[in-house]
Write a protein that binds this ligand. Sequence first.
Ligand SMILES: [Zn+2]
Length: 361
Amino acid sequence: MSVGFESIKHVKFLKRHLNMLPSSQQSHDVNRIAIIFYSMVGLSALGVDCSREYESQIAYIYEHYVKLQIPGYDKTFSGFVGSLTVNVSNVPCISLPNTLFALLTLKIMRSDDFFYKHMDRQSLGNFIRKCQCSDGSFASVIDMNKPVPSPVDSTDLRFCYIATAILSLIGCKTKEDFQEFIDVDRVIDYMMTKKCDAGGFGDYGEAHAGYTSCALCAFKLLSSLDKLEVEFRERTTDWLLYRQVSNSGTVLSQEGRNPYYDPEENGGFQGRENKFADTCYAFWCLNSLKILDENEFNNVCRAGLVQDYLLTKTQNNLIGGFSKNDEDNPDLYHTCMGIAALRLMNGFLNGLFCIPKQFVS
Ligand SMILES: [Zn+2]
């Protein structure tokens, strides 16, 4: 049985996060751009017109766009910093995630001016180019002295996705377009090394729903899904369906049951084998299933069950928001992801960018 979607309370919950920004007391929060992004995704997915209600914040987001000249190097670099307090030091830390979050926020705010006038496409592309490592993967920041991918940063599938998503947002469509800034074959080769025997993508052969979504999005953005064998895609679909904690449906063990079943989590999705269900993995798994089969994903994943799980177990009916599971308090990230999962299922959201379809072509 389904309970109601507390839309009005979620709007209030999300607005509370935005109303703290930009406040007079300069918080030491390094994730301001992320906070704005998660709030705006949730609000816009709930039908709030952010371009009207938060128009005044566009200038604030612009302030996070930084152009850099590195001594001894003739090209400029540009991207977004996560917070202005970070930018005060003499090492501005533009990063791939903050750049994607800011660009998507500006899309939600319908700030075409940024994309057509304010943005320096070449220097932004230079930044992405310099984040790419020799094995095709990406670091999220560059070493400001060289410039080369930061040797202290991790490189994983998240940044492959983020780099390709940014390039897509600045107009790259064909392989040649992407090739202007990155080595496309190399990033594909790198992602291929992250395929797991059980299906899905991950490190050390262990598939992870978040990495799987990142990899599939990147393949899709690079128009290269056909590089993945049909058999591997089918295995990945099965692996993803197994992540739904449910004792019914088509994906069951030989004994006729799902070995990971827990009645309290019925319908929710886990991120890896033997883990608890978690709101955000509903989005990562559903988004992956949707990329693999646009038309059937709602049927194969028993959408009604996951809706019930989110609405009855992780939605907070008192203060709004969604929590990670049925025990924690609601938080901004899981609120954004819970709403995104529900909106993905009803066709309102573009899963590749995790924002409503109306804002991206
Ligand atoms: Zn989570």
